[in-house]
Design a protein around this ligand. Structure first.
Ligand code: PEP
Ligand code: MG
Length: 898
């Protein structure tokens, strides 16, 4: 097996489609070589090395050493230098590179190869001792942090890591010597600082910083492999569903320096604007700096060109103005790379003494609206075809377009706290917290939080995920927080340099204003503004977005699955139609009973002990229900509307305190103790498996009668008014065909009566939910009677797995941590188990009833992966909440193309 792949000087062992083996970075470095784009030569240790390393108790394959040595010789030959040589030393970078980009989640060590032996040689060669010592202190900082601390498994308390200690020493040194920026430090200053660093390493970590180039190289390589299993990489993998087995590759590459003087620079760019999708070259750069300075947001970067300038950066020098020839060369590479990959690229470059080097190209992360614009534009530019354009947008990214923005009126009168860079979309409000752990803990308690951090540490990912939005004091548009937030479509403002944050005191200050932990702030991610307090958010209106409309039109032309929505009110129904819903797949009628006027009649009904009283109470609800159904049927303009008969356990309506019991007793004219007694008698040990679903209508037929009358009278009256209606009456939680037959009979009798009364023929259907394993197993029997099936996969998951849908939260995290479940089965359908039942029921049902209409209305109906499954087993439609309708439309189109 070959473990190491070379690249350099226009040649490479690998290429772009070898990402699984070489990681994204390694594969693209190889490809750029093949395209004759200038890339510092180097080599890639494959992801298989990583897998072997972990399989063999953290030891490397025997052949690795030789292969690395061979590759190193090739690099030395190209560069005409030698690793560890005292006159002409080669310096190396060691970086991670997984199959899928995991920005900042793993480790990097730069400037490897600087030792007491090589330093004098490099000084002689560069004639720049200050630069050499600056590079050395960077190596020491990174190496101590990454190799000697993290990879060694040392976990210091927050703020107490070796890196922070060294940073602290550096600021103390600067303060004592009246130096402001790192660039103010001279050669001798760095020599003094390096001495302090080395002492600190010895004291804190108990060993010396290694003075041997090979020890540094192998220390770096092993640390990067170890970082695959570092806390933040694991946390990111979980969120992004990246399998643990993939492993990372390691890229070892010749160092090129953007910090050798004013003729050197480094930068990050996107071939199109990743925030808006505009076809404009977009980026940031810094003179006399190393790449980490741009990405880590330690210095505020300059705009790449005119197109990148904003009001805040309009007076800063662009690369276009400062180094026009290099800018042109870079622009040319931008065009070639985008054309070659047919997608927007995120690139990193370094200029060393006037020579341009490309360090990375990869498909750039982008937010939702940018993804849509790029896909539609690239199709119109003939760069990609329509199907590729449809596949380019992750359906979940549409969520951002559907996200609320700040209400303009309320924003105008709001108190502006501060302003930064607009790094993530939409508006968000929440209570301020200052650590990622707090964000996660508060979120678990049900609080909406905004995570505020000094800068953008990848260790914060779990908190960033839990937060509504992210706010940082430092960092640019390409900083880590910005990239991560954009990838998730999360509201984010970075680089608010007025913010003075104290994590210890759990507060932040802007001038005289103090915001403490738990205080509310509201953010406008599109403008980069942060306001005090809670502002109104307005719902999104994607219809304003032409590219979105175009992409959705293509999706609708492509998909065959119909998309419906779960809605109980005419307003929700109208919203869903705006989003493209083609019907209602689930109207949960019990939600209509919680209104103050109705709940009393409902409670009277539940507490009656004679059929006569119960019938009176139930029929009191009929006029209300009829109005509800009229509203919804009218709003849906003849589209199918599936209305489910009463489903939940009755005790949900009678969870009352003493005052409410007294009030109810007064109201219905019986003693409070009798009310209490009756409530107690309805108590069930397992209500979800108790008296609910069609079992209610079987015990209390008058409920079914009333609901069927309300639906069908509403339909008859609307029909007479000339309104088109299409009701589908759905019987819940059927497990045996006899239950279905019992309830259907009541509905059909009501229908006959109403048809006579209104002198018309009603167009309606009767069908059932399939949410019990027994219903799946006997679907053929049920399908002989039912006109439609709708899979209630929430209950079906609950009853198949035996996981209570309300209680799974207490043990699910353990299941996920230990890989016992791949994900939450209530979010994405368990295809192997629940899915098998669903597929079986579809087949059994259709075999006896070929016109059986089949859909799904559990939460899975809005989940892209589950939608693929629904298409594959031949469902007619999926139904989901109104805000997921566009996501379902695109997913259904992608399912056709897969
Ligand atoms: C279901 O069980 O999947 C369903 C849609 O019904 P509910 O969530 O109301 O139980
Ligand atoms: Mg259900």
């Amino acid at each position: 097996m070959k473990y190491v792949y070379n690249f350099g000087d226009g040649k490479a062992d690998g290429k772009a489609d070898m990402k699984n083996l070489l990681g994204g970075k390694g594969a693209n470095l190889a490809e750029m070589n093949l395209l004759d784009i200038p890339v510092p030569p180097g080599f890639t240790l494959t992801t298989e090395v990583c897998t072997e390393y972990y399989k063999n108790n953290k030891s490397f394959p025997n052949e690795l050493d030789n292969e690395v040595r061979d590759c190193l010789s090739s690099v030395e030959a190209i560069m005409n230098t030698k690793f560890g040589d005292e006159n002409n030393p080669l310096l190396l970078s060691v970086r991670s590179g997984a199959r899928q980009s995991m920005p900042g989640m793993m480790e990097t060590v730069l400037n490897v190869g600087l030792t007491s032996k090589t330093i004098p040689g490099l000084i002689k060669k560069t004639n720049n001792p200050r630069f050499v010592y600056d590079a050395y202190r960077r190596l020491i900082t990174m190496y101590a942090d990454v190799v000697m601390e993290k990879a060694a498994g040392i976990e210091p308390k927050e703020g107490n890591g070796i890196r922070q200690k060294m940073e602290h020493h550096l600021s103390t040194y600067k303060n004592e010597n009246n130096l402001i920026n790192d660039t103010d430090l001279s050669e001798n200053d760095w020599i003094a600082v390096i001495d302090i660093f080395k002492n600190e390493i010895k004291t804190t970590l108990g060993s010396d910083f290694p003075d041997d180039h090979n020890a540094q190289l192998w220390g770096g390589i092993e640390a990067v492999f170890k970082s695959w299993n570092g806390a933040r990489a694991i946390s990111y993998r979980k969120i992004e569903n990246i399998p643990e087995e993939w492993g990372t590759a390691v890229n070892v590459q010749t160092m090129v320096f953007g910090n050798t003087g004013e003729n050197s620079a480094t930068g990050v760019a996107f071939t199109r604007n990743p925030a808006t999708g505009e076809n404009k070259f977009f980026g940031e750069w810094l003179t006399n700096a190393q790449g980490e300075d741009v990405v880590a947001g330690l210095r505020t970067p300059n705009p790449l060109n005119e197109d990148t300038k904003t009001n805040e950066t309009k007076n800063l020098p662009s690369l276009e103005e400062s180094m026009p020839d290099i800018y042109n060369e870079l622009y040319n590479i931008r065009t070639r790379l985008e054309k070659h990959y047919s997608d927007m690229q995120d690139i990193e470059f370094t200029i060393e003494d006037g020579k341009l080097w490309m360090l990375q190209t990869r498909v750039g992360k982008r937010n939702g609206s940018a993804a849509i614009k790029m896909a539609v534009d690239m199709m119109n530019e003939n760069m990609i075809d329509k199907n590729t354009a449809l596949m380019r947008v992750n359906p979940n990214q549409l969520d951002e377009l559907l996200h609320p923005a700040l209400d303009t009126d309320s924003e105008q009168s709001a108190i502006l706290l501060t302003k930064g860079l607009p790094a993530g979309p939409g508006g968000a409000k929440g209570r301020v917290v200052f650590t990622a752990d707090d964000a996660e803990a508060w979120n678990k308690k049900g609080e909406q939080v905004i995570l505020v951090r000094e800068e953008t540490s990848p260790e914060d990912v779990h908190g960033m995920h839990a937060a509504e939005a992210i706010l940082t004091a430092r960092g640019g548009m390409t900083s880590h927080a910005a990239l991560v937030a954009r990838g998730w479509g999360k509201c984010c403002v970075v680089g608010c340099n007025e913010l003075n944050i104290s994590v210890d005191k759990k507060e932040m200050k802007v001038g005289e204003v103090t915001v403490k932990e738990g205080d509310w702030v509201t953010m406008n991610g599109a403008l980069g503004k942060v306001y005090l307090g809670q502002l109104d958010l307005t719902p999104a209106d994607p219809d304003e977005n032409q590219e979105y409309k175009e992409l959705m039109r293509w999706a609708d032309e492509t998909r065959k699955l119909k998309i419906r929505t779960n809605a109980e009110s005419p307003d929700d129904a109208k919203q869903a139609i705006k989003f493209g819903a083609e019907g209602i797949g689930l109207c949960r009628t019990e939600h209509m009973f919680f209104d103050e006027k109705r709940i009393l009649a409902m409670r009277k009904m539940i507490l009656s002990d004679s059929e006569g009283d119960r019938r009176d109470a139930v029929m009191g609800l009929l006029p209300f229900q009829k109005e509800d159904f009229k509203g919804i049927l009218k709003a849906m303009e003849g589209k199918p509307v599936t209305i489910r008969l009463l489903d939940p356990p009755l005790h949900e309506f009678i969870t009352l305190d003493d005052d409410q019991i007294n009030e109810l007793a007064n109201n219905i004219g019986i003693d409070a103790s009798i009310v209490s007694q009756r409530i107690n008698s309805l108590h069930e040990l397992n209500p979800m498996l108790g008296h609910r679903g069609c079992r209610l209508g079987i015990a209390y037929p008058e409920i079914t009668e009333m609901q069927a009358s309300a639906i069908l009278e509403a339909s008859a009256e609307l029909t007479n008014e000339g309104v088109n209606v299409n009701p589908e009456i759905m019987i819940p939680l059927v497990g045996a065909v006899a239950e279905y037959i019992d309830q259907e009979k009541i509905i059909r009798e009501v229908a006959t009566k109403i048809e006579k009364q209104y002198s018309l023929t009603l167009k309606y259907m009767v069908g059932t939910m399939i949410e019990l394993p027994r219903a799946c197993l006997t679907a053929d029997e049920i399908a002989e009677h039912a006109e439609f099936f709708s899979f209630g996969t929430n209950d079906l998951t609950q009853t198949t797995y035996g996981f209570s849908r309300d209680d799974i939260g207490s043990f699910l995290p353990d299941y996920l941590d230990r890989n016992i479940l791949p994900g939450d089965p209530f979010q994405s359908l368990d295809v192997n188990g629940v899915g098998k039942l669903v597929a079986m029921a579809v087949k059994l049902g259709r075999d006896v009833n070929s016109t059986l209409k089949i859909g799904i209305c559990g939460e899975h109906g809005g989940d892209p992966e589950s939608i693929h499954f629904c298409k594959n087993i031949g469902l007619d439609y999926v139904s989901c909440s109104p805000y997921r309708v566009p996501i379902a439309r695109l997913s259904a189109a992608q399912a056709e193309l897969d």
